[in-house]
Design a protein. Structure first.
Length: 118
């Protein structure tokens, strides 16, 4: 059974940093793309970043480029989202997700809350 479990959220001030973690288990993810999404109150869920599990290629939402970094530890089955220079508009529930190439995201975690105060 596939499980994605996020951790690392919290309440921080603007300008602070947080690192989110996603523990992936129950499947061989070598051909998968791992993504981070977020959903703010009253807004639709939006893509934040993704990384290919095997090659480590990354892609980011424009508004987080230069501030957020996605990475993965292949051996540990972990995906990370390092978030620097956080802004109040980054406040959201952050979700880890997984998909195969050319497919929709199929597996989702339950999310972790990130709150950035001004």
């Amino acid at each position: 059974q596939v499980q994605l479990v996020e951790s690392g959220g919290g309440l921080v001030q603007a300008g602070d940093s947080l690192r989110l973690s996603c523990a992936a288990s129950g499947h061989t993810f070598s051909n998968y793309i791992m993504g981070w999404f977020r959903q703010a109150p009253g807004k639709e869920r939006e893509f934040v970043a993704h990384i290919t599990w095997s090659g480590g290629n990354t892609y980011y939402l424009d508004s987080v480029k230069g501030r957020f970094t996605i990475s993965r530890d292949y051996a540990k089955g972990m995906v990370y989202l390092q978030m620097n220079i956080l802004k109040p508009e980054d406040t959201a529930v952050y979700y880890c997700a997984a998909r195969e190439r050319f497919e929709e995201y199929k597996y989702w975690g339950l999310g972790t809350q990130v709150t950035v105060s001004s």
